[in-house]
Design a binder for this molecule. Structure first.
Ligand code: SF4
Length: 340
């Protein structure tokens, strides 16, 4: 059997990475008064180097040196709680970024923060510096899960902050975690439905990792927490993305690219860690699509799939996972061909 798939619907929420360049600036939040179970920043605080405003300048200059102006360039302050740090330090960081924004060397500024660190005063200040996107660390919209994760904020805080951010004309992003303590697939589907009702423009989905020296690490060692397997995390993310397909939200990150994004030093990490997690999820979405197309058909020993060239690798799947799946299940030869 031969089928032709454009996969535009199945993969429509994945933002094309070629659209812009990001200059990432990681601001560790040493003074954070919270104690999220998955975080190890406090315990390793002595090992994390402070980022000075002058470092921000150097990082921006370095990236500008090898980024071309063909694409838009965004400075992104990562680290989770930007608006929780000392106001004068926030202003000092933003002074540097807005200098480059005003002279046209970069096109936008984004930052990530907690929902309980958003209010009118903060948003007025961020507007003043031209911040264009705020990503909220939502993690879950189930209060019990938030409590078990010791997030220190409620689902209501997320609603309030999301509304306020949009009121100020700032692009809203949500970050959601899969596999938090006490969380189930049903709770995560409920979280995504509620999140989508708040109409974020962008979404990051992270499976929970157990990082050495976090509270979750000690729970894991005492068998009080079991991380998701990669298969389970992929299945949950796939179902969450099925919900996202009903909207135009852009999924700008699915899992972490490498362990260096999670940890500043060499801590151990457990859980569904994979350098190509997103590819596994996309392959699972494509697999479902193919399965729905071949249902009730006689495959006659061959399954030949034609897809746009850029989707050949996810159609075959990492480690040929889709090829193996169809060849074993349907006793066919699975062939993928790319088309322009
Ligand atoms: S993850 Fe939680 S504990 Fe860690 S820095 Fe962010 S808010 Fe603080």
């Amino acid at each position: 059997m031969r089928i032709k798939l454009d996969l535009k619907y199945e993969l429509k929420n994945f933002l094309n990475k070629d659209i812009q360049y990001t200059i990432p600036i990681f601001i560790p939040h040493k003074g954070c008064p919270n104690d999220c179970v998955f975080c190890n920043q406090k315990r390793i605080s002595g090992q994390i180097k402070d980022v000075e405003p002058n470092d921000v300048k150097n990082i921006i200059e370095e990236y500008l040196g090898y980024y071309t102006k063909e694409r838009k360039i965004e400075v992104a302050f990562f680290g989770g709680s930007f608006t929780g740090i000392d106001i004068s330090l926030q202003r000092a960081y933003l002074d540097v970024a807005s200098y480059y924004l005003k002279k046209g060397a970069i096109n936008s500024i984004r930052l990530s923060t907690r929902p309980d660190y958003i209010n009118d005063e903060i948003l007025t200040m961020l507007k003043e510096y031209g911040v264009g996107t705020i990503e909220l660390g939502v993690q879950s919209l189930n209060d019990e899960v938030l409590q078990k994760s010791k997030r220190g904020h409620s689902a209501y805080d997320v609603e309030r902050a999301s509304k306020l951010i949009k009121k100020y004309g700032i692009t809203l992003g949500h970050q959601i975690m899969i596999g938090l303590p006490g969380s189930t697939l049903e709770m995560e589907l409920d979280t995504i439905k509620k999140s989508l009702e708040m109409q974020p423009k962008q979404l990051r989905l992270y499976p929970v990792y157990v990082i050495q020296d976090s509270e979750l690490y000690y729970m894991y060692k005492k068998n009080a927490y079991t991380p998701l397997s990669i298969q389970e995390a992929v299945m949950r993310c796939k179902k969450i993305i099925n919900e996202c397909q009903k909207t135009d939200v852009a999924i700008i990150r699915l899992g972490l690219q490498s362990t260096s994004e999670i940890t500043a030093s060499n801590e151990n990490i457990y859980g569904p860690v994979s350098d190509n997690f997103a590819e596994y999820v996309m392959s699972a979405l494509v697999r479902d699509k193919i399965e729905s197309e071949i249902k009730d058909h006689n495959l006659e020993g061959i399954l030949e799939i034609f897809v746009p060239k850029k989707y050949v690798s996810v159609t075959v799947g990492p480690k040929k996972i889709n090829k193996i799946y169809f060849e074993n299940k349907y006793n066919v030869k699975y062939i993928v061909k790319g088309e322009n």
